[in-house]
Design a protein around this ligand. Structure first.
Ligand SMILES: [Zn+2]
Length: 277
C-alpha cells in the first residue's frame, strides 16, 4: 500500500526542481540487487549531482554559494559489509563517485563467514534474529578493505563498536566504548586516519536519546540519522538520511529523495535537534 501511494505520487509529481541536499543509506548489496544498484546510479546521474562527502560538507557550511536550484545527493553505506567494497570497486570508482562508509568497529575484526553471520544475527537487529537468511556473499569488510577505500578517496565514519541501540545503554562506560573508543580504535588501525562523522545505529528516533546525542555531538562534527529530510538550511549538525530497500521500485525511492514524505519525520527531527543545543 505504501509503495503504491509513493509510486503514484512520484508519477504525478515527478522530479522536484527545488534545492535539495540529500543523503542515501545503503546496507548489504546482494548480487541479485546489483542491476538495481546500477540503475539507481544511472537515474541519479541523470537527475541529481552525486556529490562527495567533502562537497557535501562544503555545501552545508557555505549554503549561499550553492543556492541555484541544485539537487545534490551523497551516498552512504552503513555497517561495513564486504559487498559495499565490491560494489564501490565495480561501479563507483570507475565513475569517480566518492562515498561515506559507517563502520561497526567489532564487525570488521571478524575472520570467518560463520562469525560474521552470528554477529549480524546478534547485533544488527533490535532483538536477536536467528531466522534471517544469510548466504556466503554476506560478510564483513576488513581493515585492509577500509584502507583500500581510503586510498580511492572515500570517507570512513563511526557506527559504534557492536551496533548497540544507544538509547538502551544505561552504563556510561559502555556508552563511551560504543561512541568514542570504537572510533579511536578504528582511527589507529587506519594509520591515524581522522574520523569526524558518526551514524547512530538503526537510525530511528527511538534508538537515540539525549545522553547519547550529546556524547556524539561533542565528539564528532556530524551526526547522521536515519530520519528523512532535506539537509539544506538546517540549524544543527544532525543530518537527515533516506534509507532505501531494493525491493522498492525506483519511483518509491525517488519519492523519498524528492522529499514527498519528509513531513512524517519533521517533529522527531525537532526533538532530536533540541538535544544537541
Ligand atoms: Zn547500522
Amino acid at each position: 500500500m505504501k509503495n503504491f501511494i509513493l509510486k503514484n505520487l512520484y508519477s504525478v509529481l515527478g522530479e522536484k526542481n527545488n534545492n535539495q541536499l540529500r543523503i542515501i543509506i545503503f546496507h548489504d548489496i546482494l548480487k541479485k540487487d546489483e542491476i538495481k544498484f546500477q540503475e539507481l546510479i544511472e537515474h541519479l546521474k541523470k537527475n541529481w549531482n552525486i556529490i562527495s562527502p567533502n562537497q557535501f560538507k562544503q555545501i552545508i557550511t557555505n549554503e549561499h554559494l550553492y543556492n541555484n536550484n541544485k539537487k545534490n545527493i551523497l551516498l552512504t553505506f552503513d555497517d561495513g559489509y564486504k559487498s559495499q567494497k565490491l560494489i564501490t570497486e565495480k561501479y563507483l570508482d570507475p565513475l569517480n563517485i566518492k562515498a561515506l562508509f559507517f563502520i561497526v568497529s567489532d564487525f570488521i575484526k571478524l575472520k570467518s563467514i560463520e562469525d560474521s553471520h552470528q554477529f549480524i544475527k546478534n547485533n544488527f537487529f533490535k532483538t536477536i534474529n536467528n531466522n534471517c537468511h544469510l548466504t556466503s556473499e554476506t560478510y564483513n569488510m576488513t581493515t585492509s578493505d577500509l584502507l583500500y577505500l581510503i586510498s580511492k578517496g572515500h570517507t570512513i565514519g563511526g557506527h559504534t563498536k557492536t551496533h548497540a541501540q544507544l538509547s538502551k545503554i544505561q552504563n556510561q562506560n559502555t556508552l563511551t566504548d560504543e561512541i568514542i573508543n570504537s572510533t579511536n580504535e578504528l582511527e589507529s588501525k587506519l594509520n591515524n586516519y581522522k574520523i569526524e562523522d558518526f551514524a547512530y545505529t538503526f537510525g530511528d528516533f527511538e534508538s537515540i536519546n539525549k545522553g547519547s546525542t550529546k556524547m556524539i555531538i561533542n565528539n564528532y562534527k556530524y551526526l547522521y540519522s536515519g530520519l528523512r529530510g532535506n539537509n539544506l538550511n538546517i540549524k544543527s549538525r544532525v543530518l537527515r538520511r533516506d534509507a532505501i530497500n531494493f525491493s522498492e521500485p525506483l519511483q518509491v525511492m525517488s519519492s523519498y529523495f524528492n522529499g514527498y514524505i519528509d513531513f512524517l519525520y519533521s517533529q522527531r527531527l525537532i526533538k532530536l535537534e533540541k538535544w544537541t543545543l
